[in-house]
Ligand binder design. Sequence first.
Ligand code: ZN
Ligand code: ZN
Length: 138
Amino acid sequence: MSIISAHNKHDLTKKQSQVIETLAKAGRPLGAYTILDELRDDGFKAPLQVYRTLDQLISLGFVHRLESLNAYIVCQMETCGSTDNLNTSFIICDLCGLVEELPHTAVESAARILLDKLNFTPTKSTIEIRGLCHACQS
Ligand SMILES: [Zn+2]
Ligand SMILES: [Zn+2]
């Protein structure tokens, strides 16, 4: 099963499908303007259209925004997209640009214990751990 078909894809609009396919094909994070360049011949004319579509895909759990890269990546997990899941975690290699989404459970449960102690209710969290991937360390 591919990453995208793992999600419930059937009610995506044409624009949403185009953006998600572009990101999936790239296999790496893309900025909004790169997405716009890719889709300029397919009806996307302004950055706002891309941003709006990305926002929709983010709220559906198909796409995540990597704040530190100012870029977007297709979700790599099957469990994203449920409304109670507002946490995403990534490792990002500074040398080769590898980005991998981490399983929710590990990071999330540690964060939840801490936040409970602080009596803080999170609405959204993105953890981005920068460093060197396995291949780049050797
Ligand atoms: Zn995800
Ligand atoms: Zn690397």
